[in-house]
Design a protein around this ligand. Sequence first.
Ligand code: NDP
Ligand code: 2IT
Length: 447
Amino acid sequence: MQYLNNVLENLKAKNSNEPEFLQAVYEVLTTIKPVIEKHPEFQAEALLERITEPERLISFRVPWINDKGEVKVNRGFRVQFNGSIGPYKGGLRFHPSVNQSIMKFLAFEQCFKNALTGLPIGGGKGGSDFDPKGKSDREIMRFCQSFMNELYRHIGQDVDVPAGDIGVGAREIGYLFGQYRKIRNAYEAGVLTGKGLEYGGSLARKEATGYGLIYFMREMLKENNADLKGKTVIISGSGNVAIYACEKAQQYGAKVVALSDSNGSVYDAQGINLEVVKQIKEVERGRIKEYANRVKGSVYTEDTNSRSIWKIKADIALPCATQNEITLEDAKTLVANGVMAVGEGANMPTNLEAIEYFLEKGVLLAPAKAANAGGVATSALEMSQNSMRYSWTFEEVDKKLDDIMSNIFAACSSSAKEYGLGKNYVAGANIAAFDKLSKAMIAQGII
Ligand code: NDP
Ligand code: 2IT
């Protein structure tokens, strides 16, 4: 298709130093090809050119002072990618790997993910190349305050609503919110989500991404006459998403045998003891290696790229750490070991070749944009509660989350069927999301 090829070529030329962004765009645009073919008017509207160009990209200096009194400087970002459906919405990532390419890929994906939730949220993302590892609470606080000293002028509860992502959890959101409140001299609770329960946070937000991933997996398995009970599961990462995916999978009777972090993985044939993991990760902010010191019979494998986990035999694999953590080689190992389903908790964890391989081999693949949308969906529920100055119970929020995830699965499945794509839920998710986003953009004119 000439129009699509031209757009992809131009994007490549313009963003040649942004491989992650190009990867995310390529996956979406190639899978929605049958939709583009049906709509010649998209070309005159320059719809693909507009949908792949952020509305605004902000980059700023973040100076802060460490405990030794030394001045440090990091780079901060906020990418406001698409505001057609609602205020820009998406997390903040603090990780040394953060750069413009990673920010743009995450913000681009977020627009489609947020469209799938059915809630009124646009797409954005932000963060910094700041490395929170080994920093004291006071250093984290000073960094967050400096970050907000610039970010505050770009956000607002009706403008752009950040939340957490890698390296940003309740502690960081607390410091960010405090600084925003001080600068603005107003209690605008809905400006950030993932807040503590004492000051406007939502019950079940902490659990939402991981639980949502398993609700999506449950629906996908159900459509394929299977369920989670008795399945062996491996989960990469041991942060927020991994921990609560593990918890819900265990509640459904699955046996989770492995978790990891960026230094290596633990294997526990008895099934992971999540209380031990929560103590190490949520309380002590320690390394997963510690699990093997505390739980008899478990084995730790050190590993610089943290991919040793994919060598462990399992029925279901849940990548919940970072982008491109499953390569073609990993996919081949997983398939050879009999994996039947992969659920993406992380954003873009499976590279393009690995996605193709899984689909070719009939592995059920739950794509990130759909399968990890429970976090941002519950953030939107947090915004609703903040607007109402009211809060729902855990059960109420969890039930809404379950319904949202079931609806997202149904949308992915029916879009895939409509275009004769069988069980390609990757394409199904992209088509369903594009359908909504493109209609909202076209309705609002050329902006
Ligand atoms: P956390 O910071 O809580 O945990 C991240 C986990 O992934 C840690 O175990 C970390 O190990 C590991 N990890 C991070 N980067 C790398 C890397 N480069 N190589 C190997 N391991 C790595 O983050 P979350 O759990 O919140 O996020 C995990 C993934 O889920 C991300 O892709 C995020 O974008 C996505 N996501 C998060 C949502 C949320 O609500 N939090 C919502 C939707 C998606 P270590 O401690 O060693 O760095
Ligand atoms: O990738 C994601 O969807 C998130 N990090 C959650 C974003 C949010 O606004 O809750």
